[in-house]
Write a protein that binds this ligand. Structure first.
Ligand code: G16
Length: 545
């Protein structure tokens, strides 16, 4: 790194001093916090993204300004690697270090040491490119400017502002760009709508017809807006009414959206007694999570179809197509986390599927799903997708050439290839997930109620506990047991034993300043009581926040 580069970094980092006593951690999905404190963090992640692009031979990196399901006054950053997946976990410690560097001099020293270790060359004609996107948070625009300054403070690197996008759109575009494909937002919409129409055309004419009507809760965020664009420009025949678009004064994620609906299991704002029985869906604030629900008879309760149910529907459909093909061509596997409802895991195992578990965070699930030819992963909160290995898709396309057109086998291959184009291969995507759910329900001739009957969820409860220091909770790799504070797991086990089909665990959130408690039991009363007593244990071991 030459003197000009050092001077440029010192100068630009002077504009964005680290707020006093701010301690940041990369967390489950990037940095998050109160938006007013994040200028320096976003600027520094801009630098990191440029270095990553230089390291990976000028491939494009994505940087998304969003705090997803968190409140509107928060913001954050997610980084997309060239594959469209999350930033390699190997770079997270460096992200933590630079985000917490207390002075421009320390920041430059850390960068110097890192680029030497990683053999990244700056200033010798190498070029880097970072695509920036943001959600609809009011703080997004100025944070995006900080990111731009960070990116361009590294010699040879440019930032390209892609405007307001959903997180999965940016990941999709980055992936497409690095594969040499068309990578605009229009290409994204065209790819989704073409593969969706192809799947609709492949629906057997003999099946049940179901109501097309869907009501979508857009969380007052970017997802509702983008869904409307898709409907207007590409899929005008789809009967989707979008509510909570943010245009009518509603606040992002406040009593609306996938996180609210899934955690609280209540009707979001804007929905009620007039929607009883209708198929409804919710996106989260940056549209990477999707859940379905329907309002039950009294108008204030919902039946929730969470990520586990979406996973089960997808698994069933994919398995049906694979079974139609002659010979065993692929390894199909599913990935869940400790939050997966026990009944869903039993159901999936009952289908004869390989079920594996990963730590919370799509970066962990994605990695495991990529080990299969077709890997389906979902978190109960609605974040997930289906990964198709490229070699498997090529094998399918090759085999299809020898099949007679219109045969069951031929159609099964066409469906699998269309699904691989419809469902976002980069990351969980509420829009593409919704389109796939819709087409599978049409294919099966199933109402949302019929889909819900695949299995009955065990009653569960989630509690957030505010404590002075959540990092004191340390768990095993699958997060099912707490190793620290010492003694807490024995106390939790003591509570679990009191309930039939009792299961509970605690873990520190990686996106909010809370310890999360999950409890499950054979009745709702028991799940509530187990959740409350474990929350009490957390308070007594860690103190109240
Ligand atoms: C992010 C991650 C998800 C994770 C969620 C909650 O979601 O992408 O994989 O499940 O945070 O994480 P935690 O329990 O650690 O707070 P999002 O939609 O907020 O980006």
């Amino acid at each position: 790194m030459d003197e000009t580069q050092i001077a440029s970094l010192l100068k630009s980092s002077d504009i964005f001093p680290l707020p006093q006593s701010l301690k940041l951690s990369y967390g489950t999905a990037g940095f998050r916090g109160d938006a007013s404190l994040l200028d320096s963090t976003v600027y520094r992640v801009g630098i990191l993204s440029s270095l990553r692009s230089l390291k990976l031979r000028s491939q494009t990196i994505g940087l998304m300004i969003t705090a997803s399901h968190n409140r509107v006054s928060d913001n954050g950053i997610k980084v997309a690697d060239p594959s469209g997946g999350m930033l390699s976990q190997e770079w997270e410690p460096f992200a933590d270090q630079i985000a917490n560097a207390s002075s421009p001099q320390e920041l430059v020293a850390l960068i110097k040491e890192f680029i030497e270790r990683e053999e990244i060359s700056i200033g010798g004609g190498e070029e880097g490119e970072v695509w920036l996107g943001r959600d609809t948070r009011p703080s997004g625009e100025s944070l995006l400017r900080a990111a731009e300054i960070g990116v361009s403070s590294v010699s040879g690197c440019v930032a390209v502002d892609k405007g307001v996008l959903t997180t999965p759109q940016l990941h999709w575009m980055v992936r497409a760009k690095n594969k040499g494909l068309n990578a605009t937002e229009k290409d994204y919409f065209e790819s989704l709508s073409t593969s969706f129409k192809c799947l609709i055309d492949l629906i057997p004419s003999s099946g049940n017809k179901i109501s097309n009507k869907l009501v979508l809760d857009g969380a007052n965020g970017v997802g509702g807006e983008k869904m409307e664009e898709l409907l207007k420009g590409y899929l005008s025949n789809l009967d989707v009414e979008v509510r909570n678009t943010g245009r009518d004064g509603g606040v992002l994620n406040e009593s609306v959206g996938a996180d609210f609906v899934q955690k609280e299991k209540v009707v979001p704002l804007g929905f009620g007694v007039n929607d009883v029985g209708v198929r409804c869906a919710s996106f989260d604030g940056d549209a990477d999570r999707l859940v379905y629900f329907y309002v039950s008879s009294n108008g204030d309760k919902i039946e929730l179809l969470d990520g586990d149910k979406i996973l089960s529907l997808f698994a069933l459909f994919i398995k049906e197509q694979l079974n139609t093909l002659e010979g065993k061509l692929s390894r199909l596997g599913v990935v869940q986390t400790a939050y997966a409802n026990g009944a869903s895991t039993d159901y999936l195992k009952g289908l004869g599927l390989d079920v594996v578990f990963a730590k919370t965070g799509v970066k962990h699930l994605h990695e495991k799903a990529a080990e299969f030819d077709v890997g389906i992963y979902f978190e109960a909160n609605g974040h997930g997708t289906i990964l198709f290995s490229e070699s498997f898709v090529s094998l399918l396309v090759g085999k299809q050439k020898g099949m007679s057109e219109g045969s069951d086998e031929f159609n099964a291959v066409s469906r699998l290839v269309a699904v691989s184009n419809l469902i976002n291969q980069a990351v969980g995507d509420a829009i593409s997930g919704l389109l796939l759910v819709e087409v599978i329900l049409q294919h099966m001739g199933w109402s949302v109620q019929k889909w819900n009957e695949l299995y009955k969820d065990l009653p569960s409860r989630q509690v957030k506990v505010e404590v002075p220091d959540r990092t004191l909770v340390v768990t095993t790799s699958e997060e099912t047991e707490a190793l620290k504070p010492l003694g807490i797991q024995d106390a939790i086990n003591g509570e679990i034993k009191k309930y039939k089909r009792g299961r509970a665990f605690i873990r520190p959130s990686g996106t909010e300043d809370v310890v999360r408690v999950y409890a499950e039991a054979s009745t709702q009363e028991d799940a509530d009581s187990l959740g409350d007593s474990v929350a009490q244990l957390v308070k007594s071991f860690l103190g109240s926040g």
